[in-house]
Design a protein around this ligand. Sequence first.
Ligand code: M7G
Length: 346
Amino acid sequence: QDLASLVGRFKYVRVLDSNPHTKTISLLGSIDGKDAVLTAEKTHFIFDETVRRPSQSGRSTPVFFHREIDEYSFLDGITDLKELTSNDIYYWGLSVLKQDILHNPTAKVNLIWPASQFHIKGYDQQDLHVVRETPEMYANMVVPFIQEMCTSERMKWVNNILYEGAEDDRVVYKEYSERNKDDGFVILPDMKWDGINIDSLYLVAIVYRDDIKSLRDLGPKHRDWLIKLNKKIKTIIPQHYDYNVNPDELRVFVHYQPSYYHFHVHIVNIRHPGVGEERGAGKTMLLEDIIEALGFLGPDGYMKKTLTYVIGENHELWKKGFKEEVQKQLEHDGIATSPEKGSGFH
Ligand code: M7G
């Protein structure tokens, strides 16, 4: 089953969501009678100084180097240009750029098949809400939800990477020894990255230890380990990409709520703004801030902290009590939820 033949058999049902800012569109459909989510994202422009060279070791992890002119860059790659209007010193128009499946593809295409209801809901357009997750809400609602989400089926892709050699040829760095499993981790390109443009570089570091489901499980005893991890990430990645991205140009962060409850860290080029928040829900916590906070949060670390973040109505937690909690919180705070209920400030 390759992507092209699967996409060829995709039967369109409806548009789940589209976003002009991130230039993405997600479609719901079916392939061979099973639900599928097909997402396309327009790729970013290639600047003339960074181009891709196939890696000499035969791995598909690209190697970047500087070059003066590139036929696929914006400017040299313009094959058609038509002015729409001009006014004084301002001109605007439309253009067609030279495209090439290897050097300058138009879009990155992602397919989830067969897609579960979790996947479909995650990509579907939804209203968002700010919620305060208290330690009690975590214990009563989130813990049971995490248990439900940690099925071997749902975690299969993670275990495939850690133990089954999946995406092996793309792995950027791996540190693992049977003796020291708790320190092991692997860094590889995230599914979200086109793998071509360093400006939109997006990697994920997945740890081998499986006792940390999310940010909530982090305590002061993890501080030194996180410091080491942060240092390694910021040393290894710039080196690997030939310093086309520098240590202080990497946004290293964790999501809460994550989509997958096995501790992992996102590594993104800071040129890629707001990335990771595309689908609305969630909170981005910089690893540096987490390390700092673990220094004073007390012995229970994040377990005792109230976390405020955005959640979508399609999220299971919204239906499993968060909706009511948001109402209660607003009432408790004396904040009106609609104009009729509000008497204003007198
Ligand atoms: P998250 O913070 O749990 O969720 O991160 P979110 O960022 O999707 O809200 C999980 C990360 O793993 C995301 O950045 C995904 O794009 C990435 N990811 C998910 N899957 C299924 C894969 C995969 O099979 N391979 C790789 N390389 N990355 C994946």
